[in-house]
Design a protein around this ligand. Structure first.
Ligand SMILES: Cc1cc2nc3c(=O)[nH]c(=O)nc-3n(C[C@H](O)[C@H](O)[C@H](O)COP(=O)(O)OP(=O)(O)OC[C@H]3O[C@@H](n4cnc5c(N)ncnc54)[C@H](O)[C@@H]3O)c2cc1C
Length: 363
């Protein structure tokens, strides 16, 4: 049995039976999370630290299998974030000592990490971020506030992006490993996210949090490029796998409630899902997970727009259904709202490349 089949089986047996309540509940299902860790499903991509090696194709298949098998896109989002912060930020930039202190616990599911970039009133726009890290005699002191943090309520460690200085009027950013029990750190409600349950969100306030030197993720260098922008690209690309799995659930559930005259529309949706998942999987493989080149980024933007359009068609079919499926409505809402995360970033990228196209055509 492949890793993806094993995860799909786990999800069908341990998550889907309570999907109806999971999609409505704020409380995180720690029991399921622990069982996932025990079954080896929380250490993908962390082979050096006791987890399992996976290639990009398998990573896509895992995300799709979990979202499809569990049926709850919010739960799959928590799983993906757990892996992305560990595998996409900590593993590539941590020193051996930093990684050894964190990643084996992550791979066993004993510790989750959360990425803390966005701030109230600023979003993730680097120009508007205010959190600062000042050098002290023994390390660093962090002051500021973060919001919207996926997995924040269950995280034992926050990867915080903060201003470390200024050069020629431009802020320079670094990344820091901040344990949840660091004196001066407190969780806040953050900005309420009323979807994607049971994944949890919160904010953090840092009132002069003193950290030792080895809390600095020096390997990340300029954190705007290596963490903020890169994490967005990785999250967007990896997130396509969850969308492909969620679409499969929507098609399956629509099949149970649509009248016969909607058969062709449903088949069209299924055909488009197939096209989407094939293109999304190829993108993840071709770009080695980080669609940084203009060509890869264009494919990513197109696929994200396609996924948003897909949800519009699901909503139209829901209106034609013979009976109400309350669960499917919630799933479609979650898929729609998750598709809107960073939509403004997509628009900014399109505006930039569009301006270059306009100029090119006029030259
Ligand atoms: C469900 C959900 C989960 C979230 N999880 C997290 C999380 O775990 N950690 C976290 O820090 N934030 C998280 N966020 C916050 C999210 O990333 C945004 O910052 C927030 O939603 C505000 O969005 P916005 O529309 O103002 O645009 P933002 O995404 O904040 O972007 C504002 C502007 O900044 C610029 N910009 C921002 N990022 C980039 C980029 N990568 N490349 C190029 N330009 C960029 C663009 O000009 C853009 O228009 C989450 C938000 C939601 C809704």
């Amino acid at each position: 049995m492949s890793r993806a089949e094993a995860l799909a089986t786990f999800a069908r047996e341990n998550i889907a039976p309570t999907a109806d309540s999971l999609i409505r509940q704020d409380a995180f299902p720690h029991d399921i999370w622990r069982a996932m860790g025990a079954a080896g499903h929380l250490g993908y991509g962390l082979a050096d630290w006791g987890g399992t090696a996976v290639d990009r194709a398998t990573l896509f298949d895992l995300g799709e299998a979990l979202a499809d098998g569990a049926e709850v896109i919010g739960f799959a989002t928590a799983w993906m974030t757990h892996h992305m912060v560990a595998g996409g930020v900590i593993a590539p930039f941590a020193t051996q000592a930093q990684a050894a202190a964190i990643l084996p616990r992550v791979a066993r599911g004993e510790l989750s990490c959360c990425i803390a970039i966005s701030e109230p009133g600023a979003g993730a726009h680097p120009k508007h971020l205010k959190t600062r890290a000042e050098k002290t005699a023994t390390g660093w002191r962090l002051t500021g506030e973060k919001a919207w943090l996926t997995n924040g309520p269950i995280a034992g460690l926050f990867v915080v992006v903060a201003i470390v200085g200024e050069e020629a009027g431009r802020k320079r950013f670094g990344a820091f490993l901040v344990p949840e029990d660091a004196p001066g750190l407190s969780r806040t409600d953050g900005i309420r996210i009323d979807f994607a349950r049971p994944s949890g969100h919160c904010g953090i306030r840092m009132d002069g949090v003193d950290l030792p030197d080895d809390a600095f993720l020096a390997g990340a260098g300029d954190a705007v490029e290596t963490v903020l922008k890169r994490f967005r690209r990785i999250e967007d690309a990896q997130g396509l796998s969850l969308k492909a799995g969620g679409m499969a659930v929507e098609i399956r559930r629509l099949g149970a409630i649509l009248p016969a005259d909607q058969a062709a529309a449903l088949a069209g949706l299924a055909a488009d899902r197939e096209l989407f998942r094939t293109a999304a999987r190829a993108l993840l493989i071709d770009s080695d997970g980080d669609p940084a080149s203009p060509a890869h980024e264009a494919r990513l933007l197109s696929l994200r727009a396609f996924a948003r359009g897909f949800q519009g068609r699901v909503r139209e079919l829901l209106a034609a259904a013979m009976q109400d499926d309350g669960f499917l409505k919630l799933l479609c809402r979650d898929m729609t709202e998750l598709g809107r995360v960073a939509e403004r970033v997509d628009q900014a990228k399109l505006a930039r490349s569009g301006a270059a196209l306009l100029q090119g055509s006029k030259a």
